[in-house]
Design a protein. Structure first.
Length: 365
């Protein structure tokens, strides 16, 4: 084949983009200028022209104040002088004269300020409290014998029993306690050298501080014919004496302890009266406690023996409040041995003697 008949040489394909120049001619951007021509802002001037403001002057012209002169005319105050005229001050003297003041030493001394006045009321509560370790919880005061005999069976019959016991044994106990309280106060004065050698003998008619206890013991024995009851009273007296000496030491209690060590424990009401005096109580207080204990001990025993409702038993004791007061007052009137009351209760003596012989019993008396 002749050279002139050969096909033209094939050119290499150009893959570059079609030549459109630099791009679509749009200039630098759509010609919108710098922005919509609105100027700096809508021209409203500096502000709406109001001037300096509504012309009201300095304020409503009222002057300095409504003209009432210098002020409401009442002078310097309601005229009543320097004060309600009672003199320079209420006349009470310089002050209530208490001396230099309660002598408290370096700090408040509450142990000696009105000590007797403070101890008395609290001591009455302590002595009447069944929790005071005087041994009363072991004794029924004849109630167990009455229950065994069928005399006391419920709250009603218990209240009758308590009224009878209060009018007899309760009055005797109140009288012995009051007389012993008086004697203890006199013995204390003798021991302190304030009452003279015969102070304690005034009650008994026997000279010497020890004679009063002998006389009171003899009076207590005479009013307690049952040996079982006398023994129970002395056992309770010994228990109370131990607790009392620890709580309120006193020469009179020591004298009773000396007698007890010799084999003759004192009766419970006598120890109660001496304890009351040592604690700052009055003879009336001692009589009140003795009368109260004469019914609360048996009442507590009844709850255990008969399984009575304690609330009903407490209500029965509350109904006896007037009788307790009367028994205490009768006993407190006895300030001498010869004035001691002497009502008797033979039934209680019989119950006590029968009880001590019983083979099975819950209480010591």
């Amino acid at each position: 084949m002749a050279p002139s008949d050969s096909p033209p040489p094939r050119r290499k394909r150009d893959w570059r983009a079609p030549d459109t120049g630099r791009g679509p001619e749009v200039g630098e951007g759509p010609e919108v200028g710098r922005g919509p021509e609105v100027g700096s802002r809508p021209d409203t001037g500096e502000m709406p022209e109001l001037g300096r403001g509504p012309e009201t002057g300095r304020g409503p012209e009222v002057g300095r104040r409504p003209d009432t002169g210098e002020g409401p005319t009442f002078g310097r105050g309601p005229e009543f002088g320097r004060g309600p005229d009672t003199g320079e001050m209420p006349a009470v003297g310089p002050r209530p004269d208490t001396g230099r003041g309660p002598d408290t030493g370096k700090g408040p001394d509450t142990s000696r300020i009105e000590e007797e006045d403070r101890l008395g009321p609290a001591a009455v509560l302590m002595l009447a409290d069944a929790r005071f370790p005087a041994g009363g919880h072991a004794h029924s005061g004849g109630l167990e014998g009455a229950v065994t005999a069928g005399t006391v069976t419920d709250v009603g019959s218990l209240e009758v029993f308590l009224r009878g016991r209060l009018a007899t044994a309760g009055v005797v106990a109140a009288g012995l306690a009051a007389a012993a309280c008086v004697a203890a106060a006199r013995v204390a004065r003798v021991a302190g050298g304030a009452g003279g050698a015969g102070g304690a003998g005034e009650l008994s008619g026997v000279g010497g501080p020890g004679g009063v206890w002998e006389r009171l013991e003899a009076e207590a024995d005479a009013r307690t014919p049952s040996p079982a009851q006398r023994d129970a009273a002395r056992r309770q007296g010994r228990a109370l004496l131990r607790a009392a000496r620890a709580a309120w030491p006193s020469p009179a209690l020591d004298a009773l302890a000396t007698r007890a060590a010799g084999g003759q424990p004192p009766h419970h009401p006598i120890v109660l009266g001496v304890t009351a005096a040592a604690a700052g109580c009055s003879p009336a207080d001692a009589a009140q406690v003795a009368a109260y204990l004469s019914v609360t001990g048996p009442a507590s025993a009844a709850v255990r023996l008969l399984a009575l409702d304690p609330i009903e038993v407490s209500a029965a004791i509350a109904r006896l409040a007037g009788a307790i007061e009367a028994a205490a007052a009768r006993g407190a009137a006895a300030r001498r041995a010869e004035d001691l009351p002497y009502p008797s209760a033979p039934a209680l003596d019989l119950y006590a003697e029968a009880h001590i012989k019983a083979e099975v019993r819950l209480f010591a008396s």
